[in-house]
Design a protein around this ligand. Structure first.
Ligand code: UGA
Length: 434
C-alpha cells in the first residue's frame, strides 16, 4: 500500500519504518526541515534501539521516503496516518493545535477515497471533530474516511512494540475503511480489535491510566512494605503470578514520568470532569506519583539529617532506560529539590545529557561516566535503571567514595552483590535496607 505519515516523532517514525519493513511504500512528512534532512541521510533524530538500522535499510530499498512537502508526500496515497503530538494544554486538556494543522494540510492536498488514520492520542470525540474540520475545509468535496488507530508503543522498545504489538485497535464507523486499515497490518499477524471510533479513543486513555494506576499502586505497597518489613520485590512477584493481575508494571520505584502517562492521565481526568464525572482514583494516582518522586531525597534526609553542603551523584536522568527523553522525568524534580536544599549534584546519563542540560541548565554538574560522577560524593542516587548501573563495580565505588551510600530508586542493583560488599550502605525502595 502507499502510505503517508504526518509527524516524525516516536510514533510517526517508528510506524513509518515498520510499515516500510513489512512491505508498504511510506512517505513520512514533517515540517521540521532539520529533522527531515537528517532522516534523508539515514540519521535518526531520536535515540531508539533498532530504529536507525530499519531506517537505513528501508530507505535504501526505496520503500521509505521523507519530505517537508505535503503536496509531494500526500500525492496518490491510499492511507494517511496522523501521528503528531497532542501535548498537555491548559487545565490538563490535550492541545490539538498540531492535529488541526495536519487536518488543514491534508484538506488542501486530499486525493480521492483516502483513509485518514488518527494515531495521535486524542480525547474522545476528536476523530469526529477532525473529520468535520476536514469536511469544512475540503472545498472540492473529495470523499474520505476517518479511522481511529491508537498507538501503544513504549519509548525504548518502540520498534519491537510496533512489530509485535499485543493488539491493534481499529475504530471506525465504516466497514470498508476498517478493513483496509486491517489489511495494512495483516503482515504483522497480530490480534486486531475492531471498535467504534469513540471506543478506540477511550481504549488508549483507559490503558495508560490503568498502567499508571498499577505503578502508583505498587509504589504505595512498597512504602507499606518498608513500614512492615516485607520485601516489595517478592510481593510483586507473588502477585504477578496471578494471571488476573499480571507481572508487568509492578516495578516499584520513584514514580512514572515520560511524555505519555502524566499527560494522558490528566487528559482523561479533564474528559471526566467535562462530562460531570469525578475519577477520584486517578487523582490519587497522580498525587501518589508526585510524592513518590521525592522519595530518595526524603530517604537521604533521614540518613544524613541536613543535606546542605553534601555532594550527591545522580545516576540516570532520562525518564526510563533506552531513551534520551527527559519529559516529566523524575530526575528533574529530584535535581531541583537537591539544589534547593544546598546539595552539589553531579549527574551522569549514558544518552540524556544534552536534553537534560536544556532543562536543568547549569544548576547541576554533568559528567561523562559513572565513575567520574561518584568521585568524592557523599551518596549515590540511582534514578534510571540503565544496564550499566546494574553492572556497577562496588569495589570501585569503595575506592572513589569516602563512605559508600547508595539510594537505589529503581531497585536495580542485585541484593546478592550488595551482601558480598559489606562496606556499602544500601537503601532500596520497599525492601529491607542493607
Ligand atoms: C507508555 C505506555 O506503556 C505505552 O503503551 C503507550 O503507548 C505510551 O505510554 C504512549 O502513550 O505513547 P512509555 O511512556 O514510553 O509508554 O514508557 P513505559 O515503559 O510505559 O514507562 C512509563 C513510566 O512508568 C516510566 O517512567 C517508567 O519508569 C515507569 N514504570 C513503568 C514504573 O515505574 N514501573 C513499572 O513497572 C513500569
Amino acid at each position: 500500500m502507499k502510505v503517508a505519515i504526518i509527524g516524525t516523532g516516536y510514533v510517526g517514525l517508528s510506524t513509518g519504518v515498520c510499515l516500510a519493513e513489512i512491505g508498504h511504500h511510506v512517505t513520512c512528512i514533517d515540517i521540521n526541515e532539520q529533522k527531515i534532512d537528517k532522516l534523508k541521510k539515514g540519521i535518526s533524530p531520536i535515540y531508539e534501539p533498532g530504529l536507525e538500522k530499519l531506517l537505513m535499510k528501508n530507505s535504501s530499498d526505496g520503500r521509505l521516503q521523507f519530505t517537508t512537502s505535503h503536496q509531494e508526500g500526500l500525492k496518490d496515497v491510499e492511507i494517511i496516518i496522523i501521528a503528531v503530538g497532542t501535548p498537555q494544554g491548559e487545565d490538563g486538556r490535550a492541545d490539538l493545535t498540531y492535529l488541526e494543522q495536519a487536518a488543514y494540510d491534508i484538506s488542501t492536498h486530499l486525493s480521492s477515497d483516502t483513509i485518514i488514520v488518527i494515531k495521535s492520542t486524542v480525547p474522545v470525540g476528536t476523530n469526529e471533530y477532525i473529520k468535520k474540520t476536514i469536511e469544512n475545509l475540503n472545498v472540492n468535496g473529495v470523499p474520505f474516511e476517518i479511522v481511529s488507530n491508537p498507538e501503544f508503543l513504549r519509548q525504548g522498545s518502540a520498534i519491537l512494540d510496533t512489530m509485535k504489538p499485543d493488539r491493534i485497535i481499529i475504530g471506525s464507523e465504516n466497514k470498508t475503511a476498517a478493513k483496509k486499515v486491517r489489511d495494512m497490518y495483516i503482515p504483522l499477524k497480530v490480534s486486531i480489535v475492531l471498535t467504534s471510533i469513540r471506543s478506540a479513543e477511550m481504549i488508549k486513555y483507559a490503558s495508560n491510566a490503568f498502567l499508571a494506576n498499577k505503578i502508583s499502586f505498587i509504589n504505595e505497597i512498597a512504602n507499606i512494605c518498608e513500614a512492615v518489613g516485607a520485601d516489595v520485590e517478592d510481593v510483586a512477584k507473588g502477585m504477578g503470578k496471578d494471571k488476573r493481575i499480571g507481572e508487568a508494571f509492578l516495578r516499584p520505584g520513584i514514580g512514572y514520568g515520560g511524555s505519555c502517562f502524566p499527560k494522558d492521565v490528566k487528559a482523561l481526568l479533564h474528559t471526566a470532569k467535562l462530562h460531570g464525572k469525578k475519577f477520584k482514583l486517578l487523582n490519587e494516582t497522580i498525587a501518589i506519583n508526585d510524592i513518590q518522586q521525592e522519595l530518595l531525597v526524603k530517604k537521604a534526609i533521614k540518613r544524613f539529617g541536613k543535606l546542605k553542603g553534601k555532594k550527591i551523584a545522580m545516576l540516570g536522568l532520562a525518564f526510563k532506560p533506552e531513551t534520551d527523553d527527559m519529559r516529566e522525568a523524575p530526575s528533574i524534580k529530584i535535581a531541583n529539590l537537591l539544589t534547593k536544599l544546598g546539595v552539589k549534584v553531579v549527574a551522569y546519563d549514558p544518552v540524556a545529557k544534552e536534553n537534560a542540560q536544556i532543562i536543568l541548565g547549569n544548576t547541576i554538574q554533568f559528567v561523562d561516566s559513572v565513575y567520574e560522577a561518584i568521585t568524592d560524593v557523599d551518596a549515590i542516587f540511582i534514578v534510571t535503571e540503565w544496564e550499566e548501573f546494574k553492572q556497577i563495580d562496588l569495589e570501585k565505588i569503595l575506592q572513589k567514595m569516602k563512605h559508600p551510600i547508595i539510594f537505589d530508586g529503581r531497585n536495580c542493583i542485585e541484593e546478592e552483590k550488595i551482601w558480598q560488599c559489606k562496606a556499602v550502605e544500601y537503601y532500596p525502595v520497599g525492601r529491607p535496607e542493607i
